[in-house]
Write a protein that binds this ligand. Structure first.
Ligand SMILES: C[S@@+](CC[C@H](N)C(=O)[O-])C[C@H]1O[C@@H](n2cnc3c(N)ncnc32)[C@H](O)[C@@H]1O
Length: 297
């Protein structure tokens, strides 16, 4: 793979080489960075401990140990298809850094738009400030943390089935100094919050159809199947959340679920239920919103 790279010694040489190699090898870029150029730049920044704009350093020569480090990362990215976030142990969402490992989905949820945007979820909450928020399926805890930052008066309860994911979420909550405001619960969906009610429920559950999970790119296969596989039609968890949410919402409460491309399946499954589908920045309608009073009993 590194044949012919012996003369390479500058940052610019290695950046150019990585971009060419990533493109040539047809890597997938769906987990945080949109294309080979961004991915190679992020890899080099991390390897060389450079936070700033790399442009002034393009002609700088790397040390032998830096070159060895860069080569090792490039090799794992290309040969094992390990997503960059798992190589570096970090991912970015909504301008915030989250620690990740292979026990959690790499943060990239559409919810960032509705949590940080204006009016975003405020369009459904009006002037009401949620006191209690439930984030189902929290993974790395990224959405619970963004929710807590957006609604500082709220107590955010975040749940997941996976103990390993909750360990990562705990670490992130501490890193973001939110230990008193975001609490974690382990359990199967609402099983973790029996008898409790919330003003807002946010869920990004696994929603890929199982057959599609068998056929994912090597990069996506590094992510936990528990985070992706939503059963035969992708709806296993979504269906349960819609049916059970009403019992866990306050009368003015709001439920919102991310479910990718399942809008038609959802509408067919729950005819007459008035889900709203905000149009997201990329033109998709991957998230639905519904008020407690409109949910099935
Ligand atoms: C799509 S990931 C979402 C992670 C995170 N909220 C995000 O947006 O990046 C789905 C999460 O659901 C969890 N999960 C899967 N089945 C579950 C269940 N039955 N009850 C609770 N959590 C579950 C997985 O462990 C995974 O962390």
């Amino acid at each position: 793979m590194f044949k012919g790279t012996e003369p390479f010694d500058t940052l610019g040489d290695w950046l150019r080489f990585a971009v060419s190699l990533f493109n040539r090898e047809g890597l997938e870029f769906a987990q945080g960075t949109p294309h080979a150029g961004d991915e190679a730049l992020a890899l080099l920044k991390w390897a060389l401990h450079l936070d700033e704009d790399l442009q002034p350093f393009m002609a700088s020569r790397l040390t032998a140990s830096e070159i060895a480090e860069v080569k090792a990362l490039i090799a794992r990215r290309v040969v094992e298809h390990v997503p960059l976030a798992y190589l570096t142990g970090e991912a970015w969402l909504g301008g915030q850094r989250f620690a990740v490992n292979e026990q959690v989905l790499i943060p990239r949820s559409y919810f960032v738009e509705l949590i940080q945007g204006e009016p975003g979820l405020g369009a459904w909450l009006g002037l009401r400030k949620p006191k209690r928020i439930l984030e189902l399926c929290t993974g790395s805890g990224c959405l619970a943390i963004l929710l807590s930052q957006r609604f500082p008066e709220a107590l955010v309860s975040a749940t997941d089935l996976s103990h390993d994911a909750l360990d990562v979420a705990q670490h992130n909550i501490e890193e973001h100094h939110l230990a008193g405001r975001v609490e974690l619960r382990q359990g199967d969906l609402f099983g973790a919050v029996e008898g409790e009610r919330f003003d807002l429920i946010v869920a990004n559950p696994p929603y890929e159809p199982s057959a599609l999970c068998d056929d994912l790119s090597p990069e996506l296969k590094h992510e936990p199947r528990l985070a992706l596989d939503g059963g035969a039609d992708g709806m296993d968890l979504v269906r349960r959340i819609v049916r059970e949410a009403r019992a866990h919402l306050t009368p003015q409460g709001v439920l919102t679920i991310e479910l990718g491309g399942l809008r038609n399946v959802m509408t067919a499954e729950f005819p007459g239920v008035p889900f709203e589908w905000p149009v997201l920045a990329d033109g998709s309608t991957a998230v639905c919103v519904i008020r407690a009073k409109d949910l099935p009993r």
